[in-house]
Design a protein around this ligand. Structure first.
Ligand SMILES: C[S@@+](CC[C@H](N)C(=O)[O-])C[C@H]1O[C@@H](n2cnc3c(N)ncnc32)[C@H](O)[C@@H]1O
Length: 320
């Protein structure tokens, strides 16, 4: 087994496990940046916001954010942080099924929430959200549920959220909108309170037709489908211990694709710790993606789809 430079003490060990959902998601950073440029003061609804890693980023770039979560602890923590940082976030503690939609939103986030609802509730929630979305508005949806048609073990498909919606249900529900991105991957995770586990992830982005100068393009990057054994070994569970981007590059050589996202100012990070600035890098070796948060390896995924999307506005080369 290779030697890794970290795990020095208890507090360092806490930071060395595989972890996800630290700062804002990559698609939120890029699409938020685009909307800030084209629609200052755009209105966001963050459903099932958790402690607000995405809401805090979006409010920080000038969005008027409403965040809803059933957890009083999450909502309280976000409200305190927002107040201290003077961010415009309406933080609502409640269930998404009962939340009254009072505005037309430009951006709706459903990150890791719809699969907690049964299928019919999730789909009726989606219908309401669509009606309350401005022309050209965007929905970013991440669910953790694979279709049974996937070639992964049945027990894995069925574990967790058996009665909820699938990506195919969502694709049908949004047939009258544009699907501008759909990625599918298996994410390794190990956060406090749970052992090592896998998340089957579908990440989708839809755009409502209409609206001027706001057509959003997803740029697809085809990834090779090589059997990269050395990458698999490097990223395999028990060996994935805190390491730096430089060390990973030294071990594996240059990645096939590399994307870096920066969020300035106060951001949430792992376990709700807030700090100044957040840099997320995704490095792809064929279909294996490693995530680096502020230069440290924090997780990895195996992509099942052959695309990774970046975003820009049509006719505005270079934005986003
Ligand atoms: C996987 S976390 C995702 C949090 C956040 N969206 C993120 O990406 O970091 C799911 C969140 O949904 C909330 N939640 C689950 N069921 C809910 C419901 N029916 N209504 C409101 N919030 C709910 C939980 O409290 C939790 O914060």
């Amino acid at each position: 087994m290779r030697e890794y430079p970290a795990i020095l003490d208890e507090s360092a060990a806490l930071r060395t496990i595989i972890r996800t959902m630290g700062g804002p998601s990559q698609e939120v950073i890029s699409i938020g940046g685009i909307l800030r440029g084209s629609l200052p003061g755009f209105r966001t609804l963050d459903l099932g916001s958790g402690a607000g890693r995405n809401s805090i980023f979006l409010a920080g770039i000038g969005s008027r954010v409403t965040a809803v979560d059933a957890s009083a602890a999450h909502i309280g923590a976000m409200a305190r942080l927002a107040q201290g940082a003077r961010l415009d976030i309406e933080a609502v503690c409640g269930r998404v099924e009962q939340f009254q939609l009072l505005h037309q939103y430009d951006l709706v986030l459903c990150h890791g929430i719809l699969h907690f609802l049964d299928r019919s509730t999730a789909l009726s929630t989606v219908s309401k959200l669509k009606v309350n979305t401005a022309q050209g508005g965007i929905h970013l949806i991440t669910i953790a549920k694979f279709d049974s048609s996937d070639d992964i073990p049945r027990s894995f498909v069925e574990q967790g959220h058996p009665n909820t919606l699938t990506a195919n249900n969502l694709l049908r529900a949004y047939e009258d909108w544009s699907c501008v991105a759909h990625e599918r991957y298996v994410k390794r995770d190990h956060h406090p309170g749970g052992g090592y586990h896998l998340h089957p992830i579908d990440k989708l982005a839809f755009q409502r037709p209409g609206g001027e100068h706001r057509t959003l393009l997803g740029e697809a990057h085809l990834l090779n489908d090589d059997d990269r054994k050395e990458v698999q070994t490097f990223l395999s569970t028990d060996e994935l211990i805190l390491t730096s981007k430089d060390a990973a590059l030294e071990e594996l050589g240059p990645p096939d694709l590399s994307f870096t996202y920066n969020a300035r100012g106060q951001q949430l990070s792992f376990q709700g710790i807030s700090g100044q600035g957040y840099e997320l890098s995704l490095l792809f070796w064929s279909k294996y993606a490693a995530y680096f948060e502020n230069g440290l390896l924090v997780g990895f995924s195996t992509y099942r789809s052959d695309r990774f999307h970046t975003f820009r506005l049509s006719g505005s080369e270079g934005l986003g």
